[in-house]
Structures are given as C-alpha cells and as structure tokens.
Design a protein around this ligand. Structure first.
Ligand SMILES: Cc1cc2nc3c(=O)[nH]c(=O)nc-3n(C[C@H](O)[C@H](O)[C@H](O)COP(=O)(O)O)c2cc1C
Length: 171
C-alpha cells in the first residue's frame, strides 16, 4: 500500500467485528509508531495495550458503545517530557506534549491500517474507571484511547473534509 492508499484507507472504524487482534500485531503497531518524531525526542507517552477479553470488556464500559467489539484498546498516557519541553509547556508558549501525542496516535492508526486493521481515536472516555481497571496511577493522565480491531464491513467511506482553500494559503 503506498502512502496515498494508506491515508485514504484509514478511517474511524465504528463497526468492529469482535475478532481478537494478536499480541504480535499490537506490538508491531507500537514498534512502528515509536518511530514518530517528538519535540526534543522526548517521546512523552506510555501505552497500555489492552488485549485480554476481561480488560477489553472493562474498558469498553467507559467508552462509546460501538467499541464493545473492538479487538484491543491502546490507552495513551502522558509522560513527563524533557526539561526544555516542560519549560515551554509551562509558559504556555506551546504544548509540545499534546502535539507529540497526536502525532504518535496518527502513526498508530496508520500502522494498524497498513496491517488491515480498523482504528478509532477516542477522546471521549471516562478516565477514572479506566485507570482503576488498568491499575494506572491516579496522577497520570489518559490523553487518548485508540480502539483497534477487524472491521465488519468492507469498503471505505467518502472523506468529508474542508476545501483546500479553506485550510491553506500559498504565499
Ligand atoms: C483527538 C480525536 C478524538 C476523537 N474522539 C472520538 C471519539 O471520542 N469518538 C468517535 O467516535 N470518534 C472520535 N474521533 C474520530 C473523529 O470523529 C474522526 O477522525 C473524524 O470525524 C474524521 O473521520 P475519519 O477519521 O473517519 O476520517 C476522534 C478523532 C480525534 C483526532
């Protein structure tokens, strides 16, 4: 699959089939996403890979219903960045940590897509019960969850996007 095919193939999957995703595939996704760039190369994230049936069921209770049949969840925790990045973040000049998490999340979705898997980034979730279910320390923040699984329907939806001239200007 070339890049153009890959980005067209990726879409938010809300029709998972319930088929399990192997641990080897999940590890491969993270190994590839690990190559993502990050400010200062801080890589300010940690991934809880939820692949057991029991834990999938627990996490599924705290996200939207369509995730019930996901084959796994990747829960992204924010980690401390390096000192220069923390200084910039603290002064609200920029928030590189959140940018870095967004970039690695994209890599995760694209890596999974190339492997024939569906993904959905989830910004809507109940943080507390998920932390409890996964034994994530209270002080940590879950920034994003990605559901991963096999799609139950074939084909790709038409992408709804703003027109190019609304989002760019060549100067
Ligand atoms: C940061 C972020 C959070 C999102 N949160 C959710 C979510 O909680 N539930 C959901 O169904 N989709 C969520 N999405 C998916 C978007 O709705 C989706 O990417 C967008 O509508 C474009 O559609 P596509 O991904 O199919 O191309 C999220 C996407 C991003 C990038």
């Amino acid at each position: 699959m070339n890049f153009s095919q890959l980005i067209n193939q990726r879409e938010s999957c809300r029709n998972f089939s319930g088929k399990a995703v192997s641990k080897a595939d999940l590890e491969k996704i993270i190994a590839q996403a690990r190559l993502a760039p990050s400010a200062c190369n801080a890589q300010p994230y940690f991934f809880y890979i939820v692949s057991s049936d029991e834990k999938i069921k627990e996490v599924a209770k705290s996200v939207q219903k369509f995730n019930e049949k996901a084959g796994a969840f990747i829960v992204i925790i924010e980690q401390d960045a390096c000192i220069p990045v923390r200084v910039i973040n603290n002064f609200k000049v920029q928030d590189y940590t959140k940018i870095d998490i967004g970039i690695v999340a994209s890599y995760i979705c694209l890596a999974a897509t190339e492997m024939g898997l569906g993904t959905c980034m989830l910004g809507l979730f109940h943080e507390k019960p998920i932390k409890k279910a996964l034994n994530i320390p209270d002080e940590k923040r879950i920034r994003l969850i990605i559901s991963v699984g096999y799609k139950s329907a074939r084909g790709v939806r038409k992408k709804e996007r703003k027109q190019l001239e609304k989002i760019m200007k060549i100067i």
